[in-house]
Design a protein around this ligand. Structure first.
Ligand SMILES: Cc1cc2nc3c(=O)[nH]c(=O)nc-3n(C[C@H](O)[C@H](O)[C@H](O)COP(=O)(O)OP(=O)(O)OC[C@H]3O[C@@H](n4cnc5c(N)ncnc54)[C@H](O)[C@@H]3O)c2cc1C
Length: 396
């Protein structure tokens, strides 16, 4: 007998599992998640897990705010720690970006996000020793911080399973099954098994274009390699806020062991990579540039040394925003292209995907489901920040 489920989700990362959980919460438990390796073994396992509501797209700010609220109640919702630490989040901008910062903060306040404008003295109180010469203004979200994307994804998966969702690991999908009229009606695994579904959800991140192509759907994402550094300052970093530097284009947060995690926000010269064959280490040139930026921000590090480096790939779309919605092939729903910012919004992504799959419309009036539709690229209407930053346009 052919295996079947009403909804087959291909990809057991944060977004696929958040959707499985949300569908099950809404009573749709005939859901099967297929993961080619083990849950959260894809890019979710490499996420920096930064949580902020600072977006220039109102739907995304509202989705991140929903994420903060879910993460803050994670123990209650999932019965487990997801590593969320509300260290606070600061974004700092230069003279040329004070206006967009003010406009974004006003927009966030209107959405109910707790956010304050703070001055350099207040930043120095929160992070003693930080050097702020490059900055003209700051916004502070006291409820932001960072979480552990692996633990979060596993919590979604565990909760979904408890509610009745089936999860099958070590099951790679080779192709989508498609009728002559173009409708997708299931998947074929690499072992030749066919699994039928009313809807197939493609949640395969950077690996999505090849699978989409098996049903003639062009998935407009590319893999952008992003290295991460872990730096031992010479003494454990105290509990400081997560800091996003929109002048020198990097971000810094504390690791649970007291190291600093340092990531890049300069997307002016993206490095595209093969997600199945890329270097998992930062190059010497990259390390030199990143450490110079870090030194400028934290000139008083007592005895800094590199603990380690690794790299992941963002699944970027042309506008650095996700695609959440039906594809041109009926029966195929896209949940891809989170472009390096899919952690904080994942609870809202699951909720929106479940809304669209079950009702065809977002249940949250502050989140416009149409923002994320596939057709925006065909129509030449990318999803753009209302208040873009000069030189940091990809800070969505
Ligand atoms: C280095 C890095 C730092 C980041 N930092 C942040 C951050 O600070 N804050 C933030 O909000 N976001 C961040 N992100 C983004 C966030 O982590 C991602 O958007 C999110 O984890 C993507 O989840 P996903 O489920 O879409 O993809 P993935 O986690 O990659 O999951 C896709 C899954 O599909 C599976 N799969 C692939 N092909 C097949 C197949 N043929 N059959 C079956 N299964 C298949 C894979 O094995 C994988 O498990 C970061 C990402 C990276 C890479």
């Amino acid at each position: 007998m052919t295996k079947s489920a009403r909804v087959v989700i291909v990809g057991g990362g944060l977004e696929g599992l958040a959707t499985a959980w949300s569908l099950a919460e809404r009573g749709e438990t005939d859901v099967l998640v297929l993961e080619r390796e083990t849950l959260c073994s894809g890019m979710t396992g490499k996420s920096s897990g930064i949580v902020r509501c600072h977006y220039g797209v109102p739907s995304l700010a509202a989705m991140a705010w929903h994420g903060v609220q879910v993460f803050a109640e994670a123990e209650e919702i999932f019965g487990t720690d997801i590593g969320f630490r509300q260290t606070g989040y600061i974004v700092g901008v230069g003279e040329n970006n004070t206006e967009p910062l003010a406009a974004n903060v006003a927009m966030h306040r209107a959405l109910g996000v707790p956010v304050e404008n703070i001055d350099a003295n207040e930043v120095r109180t929160l992070w003693p020793g930080i050097s702020l010469d490059d900055f003209a203004a700051f916004a502070y979200e006291p409820l932001g911080g960072h979480g552990d994307a692996y633990m979060t994804g596993m919590a979604y998966g565990t909760k979904a399973r408890r509610l009745g969702v089936r999860v099958q690991q070590s099951t790679a999908v080779a192709s989508l099954l498609q009728r002559e009229n173009g409708e997708v009606y299931g998947v074929r695994t690499t072992t030749g098994e066919d699994i039928h579904a009313d809807t197939v959800v493609l949640a395969t991140g950077v690996w999505s274009p090849a699978l989409g192509a098996t049903a003639g759907v062009e998935v407009p994402i590319r893999a952008q390699r992003e290295p991460i550094l872990l730096v031992d300052q010479g003494e454990p970093t105290p509990d400081v806020p997560t800091f996003s530097d929109l002048v020198n284009l990097h971000y810094v947060r504390r690791e649970p062991n007291g190291d600093l995690l340092v990531g890049n926000s300069d997307h002016s010269a993206p490095e595209f990579a093969d997600p199945d064959d890329y270097s998992n280490r930062a190059t010497d040139d990259y390390i030199e540039t990143a450490i110079a930026k870090l030194d400028r921000l934290l000139p008083g590090m007592p005895d800094p040394r590199l603990s380690s480096t690794y790299a992941g790939c963002y699944d970027i779309t042309p506008d650095y925003n996700p695609i959440i919605g039906p594809s041109p092939a009926p029966g195929l729903f896209l949940l891809v292209g989170f472009s390096g910012h899919g952690y904080k919004i994942s609870p809202a992504v699951g909720r929106l995907a479940a809304d669209l799959l079950l009702d065809g419309i977002s249940s949250d009036p502050t989140v416009d489901g149409a923002d994320f539709r596939y057709s925006r690229f065909e129509k030449g209407k990318p999803l753009a920040s209302l208040n873009p930053y000069v030189g940091a346009g990809e800070m969505r």
